[in-house]
Design a protein around this ligand. Structure first.
Ligand code: APR
Length: 231
């Protein structure tokens, strides 16, 4: 089965009502996201950081996967689909995608501040100060903060290096190392970049920019791929 690798960003979830990072000029309650989602913010004001993620997690319980998420599930009928997402929401999984790698962590998970191998799935939206792991240390959001390493980047490079087709959907491609992944795809394979602001990515061959929203462009492209009509 041919392997289709999807690299998705916040634009993938925009039509589900989840705000992107840079369309909302990167602010949350007048805090710059880069100032809230960092180890320093956690050190200085952990309750603000917990509240930031509680608000986003609360919204997650109120939104649904959109037509773009659902179309990617349909792609699994004929292809080995591997999704590498920068998104911390679970909309790909809730749509039914079976192979999702979260580069920047997962909103619905929390982890121990003492032992990072202790990761817990949250079944409610609040993670509060005083919520502790089994070893008694405070739980933190299971999110890769700005300035932290991206533990799964090596695995993501291996996945995209073996792709037969790459779909880049709804990412401004400004945050590394995720933004550099497209450079590991083989020159000869077809690549599609779906984003209303899709731009030419220099040095990337066989890239088709589709300047449209994911909710309409992804279902159409999926139909084409299923019909065997790679552009
Ligand atoms: N369909 C497709 N793309 C869309 C849509 C849509 N309906 N709406 C917006 N977009 C595009 C925007 O044009 C933009 O290029 O989605 C992109 C979102 O870019 P960002 O907000 O920068 O989000 P992303 O690229 O995922 O950010 C990467 O930065 O803040 C960190 O860790 C965070 O994972 C995030 C990373």
């Amino acid at each position: 089965m041919k392997r289709i690798v999807v690299l998705s960003g916040a634009g993938m979830s925009a039509e589900s009502g989840v705000s992107t990072f840079r369309d909302s000029n990167g602010l949350w309650h007048n805090h710059r996201i880069e100032e809230v989602a960092t180890p320093a913010a956690w050190e200085n004001n952990p309750k603000l950081v917990l509240e930031f993620y509680n608000q986003r997690r609360k919204q997650l319980f109120e939104v649904e996967p959109n037509a773009g998420h659902k179309a990617l599930v349909k792609l699994e009928e004929k292809f080995n689909v591997q999704i590498i997402t920068q998104n911390v929401d679970d909309l790909h999984e809730r749509a039914g995608s079976t192979n999702v790698l979260h580069l920047h962590g997962e909103l619905k998970k929390a982890r121990s501040t003492l032992d990072p191998t202790l990761v817990y799935t949250l079944d409610h939206w609040e993670l509060n100060w005083g919520d502790k792991c089994e070893k008694g240390s405070q739980l933190r959001p299971h999110i890769v903060w700005f300035g932290e390493s991206v533990p799964l980047i090596g695995e993501a490079v291996n996945i995209i290096s073996g792709a037969d087709v790459v779909l880049v959907i709804g990412t401004s491609m400004v945050v590394y190392p995720a933004a550099g992944l497209i450079g590991y795809a083989a020159d000869a394979i077809p690549k599609y970049y779906i984003d209303p602001k899709a731009f030419h990515v220099s040095g990337i061959s066989k890239l088709t920019a589709i300047r449209e929203k994911a909710g309409s462009a992804v279902p159409r492209l999926v139909e084409e791929l299923l019909a065997g009509g790679e552009r």
